[in-house]
Write a protein that binds this ligand. Structure first.
Ligand SMILES: [Fe+2]
Length: 455
């Protein structure tokens, strides 16, 4: 029998006197094995400035993500977080669900394992699943309902398939906070744990979420959920207590920093080709009341929020009544993906950070936030749309996208987070190594909760 073994080191916080004062977290999401599906025809680029990747070429193969893995590994992270879309159902070959979607997903999952095995063999790794992991282009879980049509709420796959995917990817995570399944016996995995002197929460922001409203406004605004009552209650408890943590904190009586891991951003940080705010029901800007409750709970907890899903990197401070009275969220870039989103508001934003498209913004659902940093694709959406129209948002030339990974350093001595955002092909040890513009960003622990006295 073949074995592939590794050794996970002890929790750095348990090393008593030798405890490292800095915990390094690697943040990844959205890894697509190839740009174009291998069954695709020859094709040609609709974008004159883009290189066409072909099919069986290095330009079309992102798997096994060598540079991403080598460069991220150079930071020697203590903990890895993969927050969704570990594979895409249509890559490298088309989705094959006629016989058994589980087998098709298994082979795509094996590619992920194969690629990331060196990085994960000796580091604790937390995984969250997102829509593509369960073979859906979008997911409004609606408490586990069944659906044949998206964007109705629910899962298109069978409960056996959804549970298999979750078990394969997430079963090694710390045990669920409350394992009671949702509808049709679909399991849940939201949880809390302490590692390296930091309290973590893991959310499932798709599972309980209501679908977009239909013409009759169903579900009614009052009935729409984002995290759902169970996770809201959990977050409240996690925010006020040390849920999932050892009773004897090693943090010398100081505040234990908190980090919440989730799938996507709690606002709709996207604009249309004309630079107007976009209303994507997939974003956690919808439903607004559920979003406000989540942001309020995360703010009360004093949690830094980490996510993925959007494919472009952003750092925002959420707001509820004002633009800056909520917590900070870092949405890391895709590791390798094609579908692109943009945040390029036409209006110039006040209180910018000296970089384009930063400052105070109100999204298409009327959510307030303060954009601290954003890394758009290399070509503006208006230019892209001029050539491609509204049919697709894929950019197949990797040099025109801005992908990579996040690094979050938690320094207990300095009582601050440092949030870094790195391109996949930039060696961090190079003399003039550069992160995406706007990063690194230093966030002292006492500024996590939000700023309420702004004018
Ligand atoms: Fe994705």
């Amino acid at each position: 029998m073949a074995r592939y073994s590794g050794r996970i080191p002890a929790d750095p916080d348990t090393d008593s006197d030798d405890a490292e004062q800095e915990l390094t977290i690697g943040l990844f999401s959205c890894t697509r094995a190839t740009g174009r599906q291998l069954e695709a025809g020859t094709g040609d680029s609709p974008l004159p400035m883009a290189q066409w990747p072909g099919r069986y070429t290095p330009a079309n193969f992102y798997f096994p993500y060598e540079q991403l893995i080598e460069n991220a590994g150079a930071h020697d992270p203590d903990l890895l977080v993969f927050c969704g879309d570990q594979y895409y159902e249509g890559n490298p070959t088309r989705m094959e669900t006629r016989v058994d979607p589980g087998l098709d997903a298994l082979y795509k999952w094996f590619l992920w394992l194969w690629a990331f095995r060196e990085l994960t063999r000796d580091r604790p790794t937390i995984l969250l699943t997102d829509d593509h992991d369960v073979y859906q282009p979008s997911l409004w879980g609606d408490g586990g309902e069944k659906t044949a049509v998206i964007p109705k709420g629910g899962y298109t796959g069978s409960p056996e398939f959804v549970n298999t995917v979750q078990r394969v990817q997430c079963n090694h995570n710390p045990d669920p906070y409350d394992p009671t399944p949702v509808e049709r016996d679909i399991a849940v995995y939201y949880t809390a744990f302490r590692f390296g002197g930091v309290d973590f929460a893991v959310l499932e922001d798709r599972k309980f979420k209501s679908p977009p409203p239909d013409r009759d406004e169903t579900p009614a605004p009052d009935e729409r959920e984002l995290l759902g009552p169970r996770q809201e209650q959990f977050l409240k408890k996690w925010g006020h207590e040390d849920t999932g943590a050892d009773t004897e904190a090693d943090v010398d009586g100081g505040t234990v920093p908190k980090i919440c891991l989730t799938q996507t951003c709690f606002a709709c940080l996207q604009t249309d080709p004309d630079g107007q705010p976009r209303t994507s029901f997939e974003s956690n800007g919808y439903p607004k009341r559920g979003r406000d409750r989540a942001v309020e709970l995360l703010g009360e907890a004093g949690a830094l929020v980490l996510a993925g899903d959007l494919h472009f990197a952003s750092l925002v401070r959420h707001g509820i009544h004002k633009h800056t009275d909520g917590p900070v969220q870092f949405t890391g870039p895709a590791g390798a993906s094609c579908y692109q989103r943009w945040f390029e508001p036409t209006a110039s934003l006040s209180h910018g950070m000296g970089l384009p498209h930063t400052g105070k913004f109100t999204d298409g659902f009327d959510n307030k936030l303060h954009v601290l940093a954003v890394e758009n694709p290399e070509i503006p959406l208006a230019t892209y749309s001029k050539h491609v129209g509204n049919q697709s948002r894929n950019i197949l030339d990797r040099q025109l996208r801005n992908e990579g990974y996040g690094i979050v350093r938690v320094n207990q001595d300095e009582e601050a987070f440092t949030i870094e955002c790195w391109p996949w092909d930039e060696s961090p040890s190079a003399t003039e190594a550069e992160q995406f513009s706007g990063w690194p960003y230093r966030l002292p622990f006492d500024q996590v909760r939000g700023i309420t006295d702004e004018t």
